[in-house]
Design a protein around this ligand. Structure first.
Ligand SMILES: *[C@@H]1O[C@H](CO)[C@@H](O)[C@H](O)[C@H]1NC(C)=O
Ligand SMILES: *[C@@H]1O[C@H](CO)[C@@H](O)[C@H](O)[C@H]1NC(C)=O
Ligand SMILES: *[C@@H]1O[C@H](CO)[C@@H](O)[C@H](O)[C@H]1NC(C)=O
Length: 417
């Protein structure tokens, strides 16, 4: 009798808890439904997120790499905490609830996806990466990429094409194997998601001779643009890039890298060197979007910081070359300075670009290149991407400690005049 009463007493609070949980989840789902319905109906057509997709929007991180991901350990730390801090201000009215909702799903509601374009046949698994986030994330239709050739932009298009297959992907961030994040995931997520615009570095440079008049009439000279390859685009612009065949084929035909001088070719060199020296990945997306009249839908800057070695210009009559950060020059002060940049000056246009996301002033850069493994280790220990314990590093530095990242590609170094 007494034990039965005790049993009943014990059971009672349990079932009440279950009931409360049950009703809470029901009402949450109901409110979520209402809110999304309301948003759907009240939304005016604009250049913002395509609202056709109604779940948690994802950022697609697109890694364009030569082979493996030397900085996978840093990205691993970046992605580790991501499921805990999903959309915050985007749907602020349901934030409190969505937090509950997402936590209750055991963290399997994710707000990002990863795609890797590596050399054909390269597989990401436990033997090639230390981060589970990258397992099997290589795209199957990858091609051989020659730096400074149109195969580079084709690889970007393949990455975007693969990522577009998931309707949850609403923002697309292109990264190299030497890129690092400068903030934690939630910061990056909010920054990119609240912006209805793409981030595409795009400017006019009338002095450069890369435009080939043979490109007109398909690409008129006034639409020719230059800018960093490292873009972040909204879904609408990603679709335009993937669906384009016209501009891409013009680029394939007329935007070519100047061949290196080959002494065995003798006088033919003169003719070959007269060709326009064009680097497709520094022109393609920006020119294509200008052709489509989408420049009003861009923040005309890149989110990826590059430190240019300007001294090489005078000394060697070469173009600027990006400096690779190593352990010694990736200290807290340097990182703080990069994160403190709030505007960019475009010399050829006399334009100052104040950095904004959805009209709010923000730091200009979310990512940086080119970082060695040592430099990335130092970022990790500075807790730039999350709170991290150095002892949790999966393995010590592999043999190729300061090597193995993105090549200084052709766009960075002009051949000698
Ligand atoms: C993420 O970074 C932002 C900006 O640095 C910071 O304000 C925020 O507290 C960080 N969030 C977490 C969860 O660490
Ligand atoms: C962008 O800013 C506007 C105006 O401040 C605001 O109403 C809107 O909610 C913001 N968009 C997002 C997605 O946060
Ligand atoms: C910058 O370029 C010059 C000339 O090529 C070179 O000597 C110097 O080491 C470079 N600096 C860095 C930091 O890479």
């Amino acid at each position: 009798m007494a034990s039965a009463a005790r049993g009943a007493k014990r059971r009672h609070p349990m079932s009440r808890k279950m009931l409360i949980l049950y009703f809470t989840s029901l009402s949450c789902v109901f409110v979520l439904l209402l809110v999304s319905l309301f948003r759907f109906h009240s939304h005016k057509p604009s250049i913002s997120v395509s609202r056709v997709f109604d779940g948690t929007p994802k950022i697609a991180f697109l890694f364009l790499v030569r082979r493996n991901l030397p900085l996978d350990f840093l990205w691993d730390a970046f992605f580790q905490v991501s499921h805990l801090f999903p959309f915050i201000s985007l749907y602020s009215e349901i934030w409190a609830m969505s937090e509950w909702f997402l936590f209750s799903q055991n963290g399997d509601v994710s707000s990002f996806s990863i795609y890797v374009h590596s050399s054909p046949g390269f597989v990401l698994d436990e033997s090639t990466t230390r981060s589970q986030f990258f397992y099997g994330r290589q795209i199957s239709n990858s091609i051989q990429v020659l730096w400074g050739e149109s195969s580079m932009i084709q690889a970007e298009r393949l990455l975007l094409g693969a990522a577009l297959e998931d309707p949850a992907n609403q923002r697309f961030v292109l990264l190299s194997d030497s890129c690092v994040p400068l903030y934690n995931f939630s910061y990056v997520y909010n920054y990119v998601m609240v912006s209805p615009r793409s981030f595409v570095d795009s400017f006019l440079d009338v002095k450069e001779g890369r435009y080939n008049p043979k490109m007109s009439p398909k690409i008129p000279r006034e639409k020719w643009r230059k800018g960093s390859q490292w873009i972040t685009v909204i879904r609408k612009h990603a679709e335009v890039i993937v669906e384009d065949n016209v501009i891409f084929s013009v680029f394939k035909k007329y935007c070519k890298r100047r061949p290196p001088i080959d002494t065995s070719k003798g006088k033919l060199n003169l003719k070959l060197q007269k060709q326009h020296n064009c680097i497709p990945d520094e022109h393609y997306v920006q020119t294509l979007l200008a052709m489509h009249g989408f420049e009003g839908e861009l923040e005309r800057r890149t989110l990826t910081y590059t430190l240019w070695n300007q001294s090489s210009t005078k000394m060697e009559n070469k173009g600027w070359h990006p400096i690779t950060f190593s352990y010694s020059n990736a200290g807290p002060q340097t990182i703080k300075e990069i994160k403190g940049i709030n505007h960019v000056y475009y010399e050829t246009e006399y334009r100052i670009e104040w950095c904004r996301s959805n009209s709010t002033s923000v730091p200009c850069f979310l990512f940086a290149r080119k970082f060695s493994q040592g430099a990335a280790m130092r970022l990790l220990s500075q807790e730039v991407v999350n709170h991290f314990e150095v002892s949790a590093l999966p393995s010590p530095c592999p043999p190729n400690f300061e090597k193995g990242t993105e090549e200084g590609h052709a766009g960075d170094v002009l051949p000698k005049q």
